[in-house]
Design a protein around this ligand. Structure first.
Ligand code: ADP
Ligand code: ADP
Length: 226
């Protein structure tokens, strides 16, 4: 579904990505793992079209991403960052509904979709009326998921989705996300520094270090490597 071909990226004098080749298979969950600064978030931002390669190419279904077609591309992608990345001055419902409103969805359709997704993401209905600061970290994360799923995009990109949560909540959400990914059959790419989480949630693990892919395979394959 996505291909990165010989992608390099610098931020000033820092090499964020150094000639990456990566294929992301449709309908699979891919986890990008590796130490802080390895380039994981940069890969994700390139898939969204928030960052562009200095060299190389990012393709979606074989077609290079084009800046002028980015709005269309973004609607195919649900992008979730840590703690949901919510606007603090909007209620959870308004955060989640923002894009659908921009696209002119009628109110009934938005409300119905919100109610459906609240159930799917196990968010209490009254939580949607609250502001992000009035929600727990886990609830903010769920609202982030609801927002990302609003337009039913084929792709979900998750950047450290559970990073800020305490271990108990984190464990619970991991199990629920695994169920959710299996049920929705989306193409998921997630960034995590937690190898156990990656092995639990993803079909393919991609290990980055210093802007390069150093290992790639299923959890089992990586485990069996010398
Ligand atoms: P990771 O997600 O693996 O922690 P990142 O992709 O965020 O890594 O960053 C890769 C490298 O690029 C790091 O050295 C980081 O400091 C640098 N970097 C990322 N974004 C920027 C930026 N906007 N400006 C300067 N340096 C950046
Ligand atoms: P900004 O992202 O801040 O608006 P620019 O518009 O200057 O900055 O673009 C940032 C980088 O992305 C530049 O190096 C530019 O050449 C590159 N870029 C712009 N459009 C495309 C594209 N369609 N495909 C690949 N790279 C692109």
């Amino acid at each position: 579904m996505f291909d990165l071909a010989h992608v390099s990226k610098r931020h000033g004098s820092t090499v964020a990505l150094d000639g990456i080749d990566l294929h992301v298979a449709r309908g699979c969950t891919t986890a990008l793992i590796g130490p802080s600064g390895a380039g994981k978030s940069t890969v994700l931002r390139m898939l969204v079209g928030l960052d562009w390669p200095d060299r190389g190419e990012v393709r979606f279904d074989g077609e290079p991403l084009q800046r002028q077609r980015l709005p269309e591309h973004r609607r195919r992608i649900g992008y979730v960052i840590q703690e949901g990345g919510l606007f603090p001055h909007l209620s959870a419902a308004d955060n989640a509904a923002l894009l659908a409103r921009t696209l002119g969805w009628p109110r009934e359709r938005i409300d119905a979709r919100l109610a459906e997704l609240a159930v799917l993401c196990r968010l209490p209905p009254d939580a949607l009326k609250r502001y992000p600061a009035e929600l727990s970290g886990g609830q903010r994360q769920r609202v982030g998921l609801v927002r990302a799923l609003m337009l039913d995009p084929p792709v979900l990109l998750l950047d450290e989705p559970l990073g800020a949560l305490d271990p108990v909540i984190r464990h619970e959400l991991q199990a629920q996300m695994r169920e959710l990914f299996a049920a929705l059959r989306k193409t998921v790419v997630m960034v995590t520094h937690d190898v156990a989480e990656a092995a639990y949630l993803a079909d393919t693990l991609v290990l980055l270090r210093s802007g390069r892919i150093v290992q790639q395979g299923s959890a089992r394959e990586l485990h069996d490597m010398p």
